[in-house]
Every structure is written in structure tokens, then in C-alpha cells.
Write a protein that binds this ligand. Structure first.
Ligand code: IMP
Length: 201
């Protein structure tokens, strides 16, 4: 079954493609020109739906199954920030590195060298059969000195619960077992199974 991915984030696309190796995963930018999508919902689920609906509409293909991920990190000593603002924490044009550095700076400003934190991922699926969403979470701590260059985004400062290395240092296999995105994707598989069955009828 073909899934159109409503993201241009290479890190996310890579993880989704690996985990969904039994599907044909196509980034929407290979089908139409990428366009700006305003993600202004107050939560991850709302933003995931905004992205999937926008790409479904722009494709103009009733048969398409569009798949999106909205995710981010919430840090306890920052009262849950950056949360849904994770992608633009360091400013509208911020790179992953700018965002990571701002996060570590803000934790240090509060007088801490680490803090409990968690990642959230919301997956939205939009197709002619309906709209569906699933979630996953990963708990751990953020540290204020980045370590390792694996993963993407905030991974060099995130130590998953039960480990003493950051996601930047751990190999990809560990992240794919533990991550918020892996869990949300695992929860979405039965939904895709039901859509497949409906289409085979
Ligand atoms: P989105 O593309 O609007 O969902 O933004 C997600 C933001 O959270 C980006 O800044 C990502 O770098 C960050 N993020 C989401 N998932 C992860 C992850 O698995 N590792 C590191 N950063 C992540």
C-alpha cells in the first residue's frame, strides 16, 4: 500500500521509511511542489491533522492515503516548553542546532544541568475512509552538554529513561525500539490494516 508522507523533515522521513518497510512511503514533495503549511493548533494531534489534510487536499487524488507526524519535546523545568513550538524554538528560521542550543541555554538559565523531559509524537492519517490519529511518548532527561551526532533535532541532549547515553550516542536500533515516533507508528499500523481491508472489499 502506498503512503504519502506530509513532511519535508529528513530525520522523520528516514525513521518512518525504516519502520514502515512493508509500505511504499513517498514524501509528498516527490509528487507536488512543497508548500508552506501553518501549524497553529494548540496540540500535536491538531497540527498533525492540519498537515495531513493540507497535503490530501493539494494532491487532489481521492485515493491517496496521507500520513503526517507532528512531534516535539517538553521539558519539566521549562514548564513543558518548547512542546508544539519545538521546530521554531530558536526562531522562525532556526536550524536543529539553534533549537538544541536554545533548549540547553534555557535549562542552564534556570540553574539546572539536566531536567526530566519527554518527546510526544502524533500521527494523522487522512484518506477517503476518514481521519485517524495515534500517539506515542518517550520519557527521559535532557542534559545541557550535547553528546553524539546520531539521530536528529534534540537527540544529542536527550537521555532516554534506563540509559546513560544520549540518543545522539546510542545506535539507531535503540531509538527505533523506544521512540515516541515508533510507538505512534506501531499504533497506526492496525488503522492502516483496516483501511487496506476496506479497499480490498
Ligand atoms: P514538526 O516537524 O513541526 O513536528 O517539529 C518537530 C520538532 O521536534 C523539530 O524541531 C524536531 O527536530 C523535534 N523532534 C521531533 N521528533 C524528534 C526526535 O525524534 N528527535 C529529535 N528531535 C525531534
Amino acid at each position: 500500500m502506498k503512503l504519502v508522507l506530509a513532511t519535508s523533515n529528513k530525520g522523520k522521513a528516514r525513521e518512518i521509511t525504516v519502520m514502515y518497510s512493508d509500505f511504499e512511503v513517498i514524501p509528498y514533495s516527490e509528487l507536488i511542489s512543497p508548500f508552506e503549511i501553518i501549524e497553529d493548533a494548540p496540540d500535536f494531534k491538531g497540527n498533525a491533522l492540519i498537515k495531513a489534510r493540507a497535503v490530501y487536499k493539494a494532491l487532489g487524488d481521492e485515493e491517496a492515503i496521507v500520513f503526517s507526524d507532528d512531534s516535539g519535546i517538553s521539558v519539566e523545568v521549562l514548564d513543558g516548553a518548547p512542546g508544539v513550538f519545538s521546530a521554531r524554538y530558536g526562531g522562525e528560521e532556526a536550524s536543529d542546532r539553534d533549537n538544541l542550543e536554545k533548549l540547553m541555554r534555557e535549562v542552564k538559565k534556570k540553574g539546572f544541568s539536566s531536567s526530566p523531559a519527554f518527546y510526544t509524537a502524533a500521527i494523522a492519517i487522512v484518506c477517503k475512509e476518514g481521519e485517524y490519529t495515534t500517539h506515542g511518548w518517550m520519557y527521559g532527561d535532557v542534559v545541557t552538554e550535547p553528546r553524539g551526532d546520531g539521530g536528529f533535532g534534540y537527540d544529542p541532549c536527550f537521555v532516554p529513561k534506563g540509559y546513560d547515553k544520549t540518543l545522539g550516542e546510542l545506535d539507531d536500533g535503540v531509538k527505533s525500539k523506544l521512540s515516541h515516533r515508533s510507538q505512534a507508528l506501531a499504533n497506526a499500523k492496525p488503522v492502516l490494516g483496516v483501511i487496506r481491508k476496506m479497499r480490498e472489499r
